[in-house]
Unconditional design. Structure first.
Length: 300
């Protein structure tokens, strides 16, 4: 009887240890599967416990990981190929477009056209300018997505920079019949950023305002703890169609019918430019207004 109890105890101890080892191997498999979801992690799963079912499970997991690795490699290659194609197409289109634009300007200078022909010429010039704007956006996007180099951050007088960008767009603001409302602090605020990239961010946001704003827009600059907050807000006729969650997605457009010119890349480029500086950008709807928020680290 005593011997039977000892044998039974040893069997229970063996099963307990086996269970512990099995749980350890399952946790290891689970951890490796999670790590393999990362694009740069491609490692086969290994188990130390000999068990036929566990070995078979590991083999099937590795087959699937090999398949995922191959898919990731193909996807990365296709992504790079697409970026290069966009860049090449945008570059190739620039030259003939420049020629067309130049010839239209020469025809306009001649002044020998009738009223009807001048109207046709005006339409052609407008559409040519829209096409140039879209090609430039595609070209800029391809450059941004293919450039993995770090951005040099310096101390930027964000108060002065923001005001200068608004002043530079004064003519366009008037042409679109908009009344800007500026809310800037009395003291100067400095941030850690890149002035050239910040100018492009502000310019793209203003371009979006010109398309969709009604009568006015507001720009507010303020401090919150160790951050500088910049808010561009404007009422919009499409306010109920705006999905702020996807507003910064590639090619997202509130105007589904595409009656307004553009590629939908402007705010996506804003997001890329912000991320390169370690900044945050997001959108909110407040009292029937679209508010685009940029969050930058203040200069310490």
């Amino acid at each position: 009887m005593k011997t039977a109890i000892i044998i039974l105890s040893l069997i229970c101890l063996f099963l307990f240890c086996y269970l512990i080892l099995m749980k350890r191997e399952i946790r290891n498999i689970s951890r490796e599967l999670k790590l393999n979801r990362q694009e740069s992690y491609n490692k086969q799963i290994r188990v130390q416990l000999f068990d036929r079912d566990l070995t078979e499970l590991t083999k099937e997991c590795n087959y699937n990981l090999d398949y995922q690795t191959d898919c990731k490699r193909k996807a990365a290659h296709q992504k790079q190929t697409l970026k290069q194609a966009i860049s090449d197409i945008a570059h190739d289109l620039r030259t003939p477009l420049t020629v067309v634009k130049g010839n239209l300007q020469l025809i306009k200078r001649e002044g020998s056209l009738g009223a009807k022909e001048q109207q046709y010429l005006k339409v052609c010039a407008t559409k040519t300018e829209e096409l140039k704007y879209m090609i430039d956006e595609f070209f800029e996007l391809s450059m941004l997505e293919s450039d993995n180099s770090s951005v040099e951050l310096t101390s930027v007088n964000i108060t002065s920079l923001l005001l200068n960008v608004i002043l530079e767009h004064e003519i366009l603001i008037r042409e679109h019949g908009l009344a800007p409302k500026l809310d800037l602090p009395e003291k100067t605020i400095f941030v850690q950023g890149n002035s050239a990239l910040l100018e492009r961010i502000f310019g793209n946001i203003l371009g979006n305002i010109f398309k969709y704003a009604k009568e006015q827009f507001s720009v507010q600059l303020k401090e919150e703890d160790s951050y500088c907050i910049i808010e561009f807000s404007n009422p919009s006729s499409d306010i109920h169609n705006i999905n702020v969650v996807h507003l910064f997605d590639r090619t997202y457009m509130t105007d589904a019918s595409r009656q307004k010119p553009g590629t939908g890349l402007g705010l996506y480029i804003v997001k890329l430019l912000a991320e390169k500086q370690g900044a945050e950008v997001f959108a909110e709807i407040r009292k029937n207004e679209l508010v685009i928020v940029i969050k930058l680290k203040k200069e310490i």
